[in-house]
Design a protein around this ligand. Structure first.
Ligand SMILES: [Zn+2]
Ligand SMILES: [Zn+2]
Length: 287
């Protein structure tokens, strides 16, 4: 159980309609002592869909925050949890897909917002244009079907929801959907993609759980000045000296923790690396 009691015995509304409670609730209930509740008929699709027929209203954090606010408004509770995922080519390795998951906690009673995060290359995020059912099944095998769901669409940018068949998890349904799209789409081709909604994607569910654990770590980091949870890294300071020439490198030498409530900050040296940087990171020794 957490050492802080701000959240103990409170109800936390989880803004989801894709069964994210399976990943999030067990962790938060055990670690924070909250009771996680999911509002009935909460339509998170209004805040954007992975299949692009509904645009996201803001960036990832803004969208998660909007969902949490909406859940609070609907239920008149004071504590909410929401999550939002994004899937992109890896920033340094464009041929590898990556998944960034965030889980936000919004507490109106204490005026606190804390965000847990997970960045992972563990994802089946992928798409493919197929011309027949055999190609579709080959793709399905690659992305971990049927444990992971599939989506079949008329094209990459469907005009409306009638051109999208989501949540496919059986071979019969896949055959039927692909044949339907091949016959009815103007190009005679079908656009397949992985269903990234949490309940159709166990790999994503794991990343959501990891982001939740990160949230708990940040909640359990307490400000030494005012005891507010969420005392977390706000800045990284580069300049770890090179082992040969002692010139500062781009590697982090220290981090600054800051409290969002009272503004108290504390600089801490990075402890898990040596005193000096590998000369490979030095712009003088290794140009
Ligand atoms: Zn503080
Ligand atoms: Zn050097």
């Amino acid at each position: 159980m957490a050492q802080n009691s701000l959240f103990t015995h409170r109800r936390a509304v989880l803004a989801t309609m894709h069964q994210k409670e399976k990943a999030i609730a067990p962790i938060l209930e055990a670690e924070l002592g909250v009771q996680v509740v999911v509002p009935a008929d909460f339509n998170t699709d209004a805040f954007g869909t992975f299949t692009r027929e509904i645009k996201r209203p803001g960036n990832q954090i803004e969208t998660a925050r909007l969902k949490a606010e909406k859940a609070l408004e609907l239920t008149r509770e004071t504590l909410a949890i929401a999550s939002e995922g994004s899937f992109l080519p890896h920033p340094e390795m464009p041929f590898i897909s990556s998944n960034r998951e965030i889980v936000i906690l919004v507490d109106k009673k204490h005026d606190i917002e804390i965000i847990g995060e997970e960045f992972s290359t563990e994802t089946n995020y992928d798409h493919m244009v197929v011309e027949n059912v055999e190609q579709a099944f080959k793709f399905a095998q690659k992305i971990g079907f049927p444990e992971h769901g599939l989506i079949v669409m008329f094209s990459e940018y469907p005009q409306d929801s009638t051109q999208i068949i989501k949540g496919i998890v059986t071979e019969e349904k896949l055959t039927e959907a692909v044949n339907f799209v091949l016959k009815n789409s103007p190009t005679g081709k079908a656009h397949l993609e992985t269903d990234m909604r949490a309940m159709y994607n166990p790999t994503r569910m794991k990343n959501i759980a990891k982001a939740t654990q990160d949230l708990v770590r940040k909640i359990n980091s307490i400000c030494p000045n005012c005891s507010t949870p969420g005392f977390q890294v706000s800045k990284r300071i580069p300049g770890l000296p090179c082992a040969i020439c002692h010139m500062p490198t781009s590697l982090t030498v220290a981090v600054v923790y800051q409290c969002q409530k009272c503004g108290f900050s504390q600089q801490k040296a990075i402890s898990n690396q040596g005193e000096y940087a590998d000369p490979a990171y030095c712009m003088y020794c290794n140009p």
